[in-house]
Design a protein around this ligand. Structure first.
Ligand SMILES: C[S@@+](CC[C@H](N)C(=O)[O-])C[C@H]1O[C@@H](n2cnc3c(N)ncnc32)[C@H](O)[C@@H]1O
Length: 284
């Protein structure tokens, strides 16, 4: 019986799905790297591999995100396992990590909290780049927390503690030097929720169910009670939410309030520092 080669499989799949999607699915089926695929385009798929590949192509054709089909997504050059219980980490979220790493000293301990950790992408990336930091990551979804724990283990991030909690609820009186969050911030009636990958992601990871600001409002209003004097809050938000985020931060008595654009030039992260605004008081 004729066995299909990598090149033939890609050629057939490209009639139904995009080039890079087809390539990632073949890599997943054969468990090989991109470089291997290029060098071995004439490798044959056995019948079981060919059937599995065809099934994945059909599922992708019907819209399922590639990350869920292959069970992983790269973020900040780290490989995160993902399931439909977690948001697929986005490239724009790397800005939040960059800004967090700028504020976390490499040479001394620092307490960091990640609210709504999902796959653990933010918390674990920070942990890998700042081994002296002590990181707590929370999510109210036990299924998401389980994925984050799996990633912490698989990426050997032993300075991250993952907790199932409704925002700050399980943290008692704990205070942190830095609080970061990429909370749900899409408005309930945003048409993007019915398009592309978003249709398959957990609704509660995407939208708080109102105009998109409920979680941001709650986190900004509650964060001071969990920050040390001079500690900072950094929030990812929607393309049109920077002004309102800065207003909320200022009203909650944060100082040094700012917004920063992502690589596409869209204001993506806003933040501020708790308490006295003198340079000496700013810990990070
Ligand atoms: C936009 S996703 C971000 C996931 C991950 N941090 C990332 O950047 O890829 C928001 C996350 O917040 C979690 N979340 C929503 N409401 C929450 C709440 N009340 N308490 C804790 N986590 C919550 C969701 O389960 C989801 O994992």
């Amino acid at each position: 019986m004729h066995q299909i080669t990598v090149l033939e499989a890609l050629h057939q799949a490209r009639r139904e799905i995009g080039d890079s999607d087809a390539r990632m699915l073949v890599q997943h089926v054969l468990k090989v790297s991109h470089a291997h695929l290029i060098a071995h385009a004439d490798q044959e798929l056995n019948p079981e591999q060919a059937r599995y590949f065809q099934l994945l192509v059909v599922r992708r054709f019907h819209g399922e995100p590639v990350a869920y089909l292959i069970g992983s997504r790269e973020f900040y050059s780290l490989d995160f396992k993902v399931t439909p219980a977690v948001l697929i980490p986005r490239p724009e979220t790397e800005l939040l990590v960059d800004l967090a790493l700028e504020r976390i000293p490499a040479n001394r301990p620092c307490k960091v909290l990640d609210l709504g950790t999902g796959s653990g992408a933010i918390a674990i990336t920070i942990a890998k780049h700042r081994p002296l930091a002590d990181i707590v990551a929370v999510d109210f979804s036990a299924a998401a927390a389980a994925v984050a724990k799996m990633n912490a283990e698989h990426l050997n991030a032993d300075n991250v503690r993952i907790i199932t909690s409704d925002w700050f609820h399980e943290l008692a009186e704990q205070r942190f030097d830095l609080v970061v969050s990429n909370p749900p911030y899409i408005a309930e009636d945003d048409p993007h929720l019915t398009q592309g990958d978003l249709r398959f992601e957990p609704r509660k990871a995407l939208t708080p169910g109102d105009n998109g600001l409920e979680c941001i409002r709650f986190i900004v209003a509650s964060a001071c009670a969990h920050l040390v004097e001079g500690g900072a809050l950094l929030l990812e938000h929607g393309y049109n939410q920077a002004d309102v985020c800065r207003q909320l931060l200022s009203r909650a008595d944060f100082g040094r309030v700012f917004s920063r654009p992502d690589l596409a030039g869209i204001m993506r992260v806003s933040g501020g520092v708790r308490g006295s605004f003198s340079r000496e008081a700013v810990r990070i």
